[in-house]
Design a protein around this ligand. Structure first.
Ligand SMILES: NC(=O)c1ccc[n+]([C@@H]2O[C@H](COP(=O)([O-])OP(=O)(O)OC[C@H]3O[C@@H](n4cnc5c(N)ncnc54)[C@H](O)[C@@H]3O)[C@@H](O)[C@H]2O)c1
Length: 347
């Protein structure tokens, strides 16, 4: 396996959607050093909690890296992000975003993509992701995009089509489904795939937790501004919490069962979070996903205060069971017992 430079990795890595493909794409990376400097110039679109976090993580990587352009729907969110990154003593000289490289509004994405950035971090509410991803690929940028990559089937198809173009252009694409980069998950999944629990008959997964933040409406806000500032609660923006949050666990179920569901039967509702300020998403869902080989995954997600919390994934096979959670817990019981005892990395 060659050891490409950071730049040649970016130049050479084939596009993938989902973290699993990233590792498998690595061995095929050519070690050709493509001219210029090794510095990676980063653009950020969506300067909220995750976008700021992703920029922070990008700037914390070892090689030379610089944030050169940012975009957000709202000026104050952009300012807060750039200022807090700029105040970090570890990022001296790495936050280089002059006023003409700060873009605000629906077309902020265009400004960032027109900048000199090599790689762009896409961290807006997911409604915009297919459009932003497609535009980024068309602009020849490498992409880190947050999950979920879309909120509906047309959006998913658009992402798949853009990913094909990214592949043809040899652009690197990495998705924020971070369990694919978490040692405990990667190790456990390898064992499950190698037969440690025998034939996997069914799985269950859940993201059950309490309620989340709400931004109180101001009288001067339009409906659009109110919805954008409370995007979690509007299906067109978030896909509902089964897509926005529970995607992590369903993704692990698909990973373990090595496929995608062919059928789903489910129910959900709005039991507690009924006030208009919560938009129109549900507060709980329960779905049975059926896979091609006959396996099932029983999936639950809930955002209701005062109930039992559980964020985890479980696989049940003919020879044992595998139990996983995002905190780094990973265990196999049955014929081939195993427990993850290695260091927990930040995925
Ligand atoms: N992988 C993870 O563990 C993880 C964790 C948290 C969030 N996320 C994902 O990251 C994304 C962002 O979540 P967040 O928690 O940072 O939300 P957030 O509300 O804190 O940030 C979103 C930002 O995007 C901006 N924005 C909205 N529309 C925009 C547009 N069209 N163009 C440019 N900017 C726009 C908003 O003003 C806001 O600043 C979501 O898809 C979420 O699911 C992933």
């Amino acid at each position: 396996m060659s050891k490409p430079s950071r730049r040649s990795f970016l130049q050479g890595a084939a596009a993938v959607v989902g973290g699993a493909g990233v590792a498998s794409a690595l061995p095929s990376v050519p070690s050709v050093h493509v001219g210029g400097t090794d510095e990676l110039k980063v653009g950020l679109i969506g300067c909220g909690g995750r976008g700021s976090g992703a920029a922070n993580q990008a700037l914390s990587t070892k090689g030379p890296v610089r944030l050169v352009a940012v975009g957000d729907m709202f000026q104050e969110r952009l300012n807060n992000c750039v200022e807090s990154l700029g105040e970090n003593p570890d990022f001296k000289g790495k936050v280089d975003v002059p006023a003409d490289k700060r873009f605000v509004g629906f077309d902020a994405v265009q400004g960032v993509l027109a900048s000199e950035c090599d790689v762009v971090l896409l961290a807006t509410p997911p409604h915009f992701r297919p459009m932003h991803f497609e535009a980024a690929v068309n602009a020849g940028k490498h992409v880190f995009f947050e999950k979920p990559v879309a909120v509906d089937a047309p959006g998913v198809r658009r992402v798949l089509a853009a990913n094909e173009i990214a592949r043809q252009k040899n652009l690197a694409v990495v998705c924020g489904l971070q369990r694919h980069h978490q040692n405990s998950y990667v190790s456990a999944m390898r064992l499950v795939h190698d037969g440690a629990i025998g034939k996997v008959l069914f799985a269950r997964c859940s993201w059950n937790q309490g309620g989340l933040w709400v931004v109180d409406r101001k009288p001067e806000w339009s409906d659009m501004e109110w919805q954008l500032r409370n995007w979690l609660y509007f299906t067109w923006l978030s896909g509902d919490h089964i897509v926005e949050q529970h995607v992590h666990n369903i993704d692990v179920a698909n990973w373990g069962l090595q496929g995608h569901p062919v059928k789903a039967r489910g129910m959900g509702g709005r039991q507690v979070r009924t006030d208009a300020k919560y938009g129109h998403i549900f507060d709980h869902h329960a779905v049975q996903f059926q896979y091609a080989g006959g396996a099932f995954c029983f999936s639950e997600c809930r955002q209701i205060d005062g109930c039992a919390n559980d964020v985890s994934e479980h696989f049940y096979g003919t020879d044992g069971e595998c139990h996983l959670d995002g905190g780094g817990g990973a265990q196999i019981t049955g014929k081939n017992p195993w427990k993850w005892t290695g260091p927990n990395n930040d995925p």
